[in-house]
Design a protein around this ligand. Sequence first.
Ligand code: AP5
Ligand code: MG
Length: 215
Amino acid sequence: MRLVLLGAPGAGKGTQAKKLIEKYSIPQISTGDILRKAVADGTPLGKEAKSYMDKGELVPDSVVIGLVKDRLAQNDCKKGYILDGFPRNTSQALELDKVLSGINAPLDLALSVDVDREDLLRRLTGRRTCKGCGQMYNIYFSTPMKGKCDKCGGELYQRDDDKEETIKNRLNIYDAQTAPLIKYYSEKGILKSIDGSGNIDDIFNSICSIINSLK
Ligand code: AP5
Ligand code: MG
């Protein structure tokens, strides 16, 4: 299963990807997670990416496309993968298609997770992530029991780009640059859309039904 998860910031791409990798035993490739790790490690890539991420802007294609190409070439991607946060614009999508057609392994599905703007804002301002295991929480919807991670006891943090001004910029960039990919994949005949506004497990079940119907 070669899957692209499309959706605005806060739509639940990461939340659903984490459940899908367990069920289907394929890796999640999150360009946001890769970039945040580079920032935390203080690598040259991280230093370059940070200035864009802090403003809620896209990191240049030349940087991100190279990262994804390297990741897709790794052995664990042979059985498939979930792309989360990539592609983000038409040029990234075209480049991805080129790479995949070169190895005769096109995408099976592009899944758009649709959530209205008001919910997105609450999800993003309320998000907290565990420093230890990456588990996500939300102070409005899924509060951790003791102010620490319920799974591993790790400390919770708020992402630097989850400030209201940055969130607005991220949502605007999504509308201008990423939302056109819905049409792009629809014209290729591999787009499905789901309502991402319900309960996390119900949304997960809808995604699994779509994936299973492709087999
Ligand atoms: P990235 O990390 O990709 O962030 P994003 O697209 O803005 O999306 P998010 O991770 O914020 O949201 P999500 O859909 O994963 O939602 P989540 O599951 O966490 O990108 C960050 C930055 O990196 C970009 O701005 C850019 O600078 C750079 N970047 C990354 N990729 C790039 C690329 N390809 N090209 C260029 N630059 C790139 O859920 C959010 C919250 O909601 C959580 O608290 C969760 O618990 C909660 N939640 C989830 N589902 C539900 C539900 N059903 N009900 C209630 N709450 C829910
Ligand atoms: Mg995410």
